[in-house]
Design a protein around this ligand. Structure first.
Ligand SMILES: [Ca+2]
Length: 186
């Protein structure tokens, strides 16, 4: 009889504990996530295309890299470089990318060329839905570091095309380079 009461008591405790867990998990499920507190996620760049640019180093000066598309490949060791082998373009340099569809972004992640040579000091980002009318999101000041840098917008933006414009470079020459650039959302 004693054991029966004890077993019943244990069963009640187990039931109540289970009920409490269900209630807690139900109440957690109903919490609305705050988008500002979610981790930022880079957009997938599959199918994206460089549709215009001022110049790129495709004359062998940087070997297999140096092309505009190298800022979209996810590899920090490949980079775009303004043309320098037999050419002398001056800033502003620019690269225009077509994301193929309109997407919402809250900013850009950027990585300087990892050798820290020809790093960009100031840049402007413009966005467009039709590759004709452009909105400037302002001029961003970068750091001369290897780490990923966050170029956050004041508010989320929806666009299909973006234009990255190099205004000035840290070493004071006309040459610029960039390893990675990707809009992010969450
Ligand atoms: Ca790259």
């Amino acid at each position: 009889m004693k054991n029966f009461i004890k077993n019943r008591k244990n069963a009640v405790v187990t039931f109540l504990t289970g009920l409490a867990l269900v209630l807690v998990s139900c109440s957690l499920d109903t919490v609305t996530p705050d988008p500002d507190k979610l981790p930022s996620v880079p957009l997938s760049r599959a199918g994206w295309e460089v549709i215009d640019y001022s110049s790129q180093e495709d004359q062998g000066g940087e070997g297999d890299t140096g092309r505009c598309a190298d800022i979209l490949d996810g590899n920090p060791d490949t980079f775009w470089h303004s043309c320098w082998n037999g050419c002398t373009p001056v800033p502003p340099h620019f690269i225009t990318v077509d994301m193929q569809t309109e997407q919402e972004a809250k900013g850009f992640f950027l990585m300087q060329r990892q050798s820290l040579s020809r790093n960009i000091e100031t840049c402007e980002i413009q966005i467009s839905s039709d590759n004709s009318n452009w909105e400037s999101l302002g001029v961003f000041t970068l750091e001369k570091v290897k780490n990923q840098q966050d170029l956050a917008f004041e508010s989320p933006k929806t666009f299909r095309y973006f234009k990255f414009i190099v205004k000035t470079v840290f070493d004071g020459t006309d040459n610029a380079a960039l390893a990675e650039l990707v809009p992010y959302t969450n």
